[in-house]
Design a protein around this ligand. Structure first.
Ligand SMILES: [Zn+2]
Length: 44
């Protein structure tokens, strides 16, 4: 899945939450993608 810019604020800078694996906007905190680590079958 390609990264797009944030639908809320338009920034292209994202960060990945180490605990949840979520990709969130570094500017406004909008969640872009959920559970990107799910493919590895790893859940905390
Ligand atoms: Zn944003």
């Amino acid at each position: 899945m390609d990264m797009e810019h944030c639908p809320q604020c338009g920034t292209e800078i994202f960060i990945q939450d180490e605990d949840s694996g979520e990709i969130v906007c570094s500017n406004c905190g909008f969640v872009i993608s959920y559970r990107v680590l799910d493919a590895s079958g790893r859940m905390v």
